[in-house]
Design a protein around this ligand. Structure first.
Ligand SMILES: *Cc1c(COP(=O)(O)O)cnc(C)c1O
Length: 413
């Protein structure tokens, strides 16, 4: 059986074989090859069309290959792509002004990947702890929530409770303490006991990888207040929840929290280029001095032009408002599905998940495979949770079509 190739010059089968043979096996993808993307849809090499309900883990909030973002990319790439920070460039300052004003912070430190943003926040928090809070040398503690996901570097997995990420990668970083997520009392107890050595509490407003775990109302605000009481920085990792995904530019805004340090990545570039950012006050940010931190590509002109264009799309196309409206509609419709395998629907804005109760040996993975066959792509997280997070540019008509696909799968199960 040889199907005609419509996009590119390798078939799905060949693409998978090549990755298996020459690529490290550090992922376990669904057996779907994507060759083209536009808006809420993607296509495989043979031309089969899918709705993208992963959005590259919420990097593609603005939709695949948004023309405005691609235009900025192409224009800047053909003018000047990289200068390094050994010199000034004429795009960085303009972008820095734009992004700090957009989120209400005084300063930004530009990096590339999400993990680098988290690393940077860890360094900045420690530095602030020593310089401003007066923590004794080398004794700073960073507090994280259990079941977190902040990335894959050694220092970040030092704070992970997921044994798959950690096994055989030790020894780990010291100076890390964990508290259960969504447990204000646990944080309060730890801060009471060790506040003089704690520099920061680093937390996701909604735990994405943990399965779109939405904490109780008031959790973030109460944690923030406890941090303020003990002079501990409140660091929000909004790499997945930020940039309109939950219906606000920052998910923290739902509780009126303005974090001391904000981490952005993923949709900051609309999925077009690796761009991340650490936003904070002058007081905190200036703890880092020349030569103490950096990245060759961080703040490069292409990244600046792309991120600015991506943020303009969020504003002009009212993606926050869309996420709120469509999210409410989507969850409401999902909740109407009555099926023994569908245990729970949860989420905020267009960051949602369904919790699957395995039945007849069928788990979340099998549901995702069936959805993919019918043209809807999503990925399980753990064995029983399916995250449903389409690009925020998806139309209501398209969303209705997708709900029909989801309903038809449950009817078959
Ligand atoms: C994806 C993610 C990261 C890591 O970003 P990378 O770009 O993959 O390094 C960090 N924190 C959260 C909450 C994420 O979702």
């Amino acid at each position: 059986m040889s199907e005609k190739i419509v996009y590119g010059n390798v078939s799905s089968k060949e693409a998978i074989e090549l990755e298996e043979k020459y690529g490290a096996h550090n992922y376990h993808p669904l057996p779907v090859v994507i060759a083209k993307g536009l808006g809420a849809k993607v296509w495989d090499p043979e031309g089969k069309e899918y709705y993208d309900f992963l959005s590259a883990y919420s990097a593609v909030n603005q939709g695949h290959s948004h023309p405005k973002i691609i235009e900025a990319l192409v224009e800047q790439a053909s003018t000047c792509a990289l200068t390094s920070r050994a010199f000034f460039n004429n795009k960085l300052g303009e972008y820095e002004k734009y992004i700090t004003e957009a989120f209400g912070f005084e300063m930004v430190l530009p990096m590339n990947s999400g993990a680098e943003a988290v690393e940077t926040a860890m360094k900045l928090s420690r530095k602030w702890g020593y310089m401003k809070k007066g923590i004794p040398a080398d004794e700073a503690i960073l507090v994280f929530a259990k079941a977190n996901f902040h990335g894959r570097t050694i220092s970040i997995i030092s704070a992970s409770t997921d044994q798959t990420c950690r096994k055989d990668f030790g020894p780990f970083l010291s100076g890390i303490e964990l508290v259960p997520y969504d447990d204000v009392a646990a944080l309060e107890a730890l801060l009471k006991e060790k506040a003089d050595k704690i520099a920061a509490f680093i937390v996701e407003p909604i735990q994405g990888e943990a399965g779109v775990y939405v904490p109780k109302d008031g959790y973030l605000k109460q944690c923030f207040d406890i941090c303020k009481k003990h002079n501990v920085l409140f660091v929000a990792d909004e790499i997945q929840t930020g940039i309109a995904r939950t219906g606000k530019l920052m998910a923290c805004e739902w509780e009126g929290v303005h974090p001391d340090i904000l981490l952005l990545g993923k949709a900051l570039s609309g999925g077009v280029y690796p761009v991340s950012a650490i936003l904070s006050s002058k007081e905190i940010m200036l703890c880092i001095q020349p030569g103490e931190h950096g990245s060759t590509y961080g703040g490069n002109p292409v990244a600046c032009a792309v991120a600015k264009a991506a943020m303009e799309v969020v504003k002009n196309e009212k993606l926050c408002e869309r996420a709120v409206e469509l999210g409410e509609f989507f969850r409401g419709e999902l909740q109407k599905i009555k099926h023994p395998m569908l245990e729970l629907v949860r989420g905020k804005g267009l960051l949602n998940a369904i919790i699957i109760k395995p039945k007849d040996g069928k788990e979340a993975w099998d549901v995702c495979v069936m959805l993919a066959e019918k043209g809807l792509l999503c990925k399980p997280t753990h064995r029983h949770i399916i995250r449903l997070a389409p690009p925020l540019v998806i139309t209501k008509e398209q969303l209705i079509e997708c709900l029909e696909i989801i309903k038809s799968i449950f009817a078959e199960l």
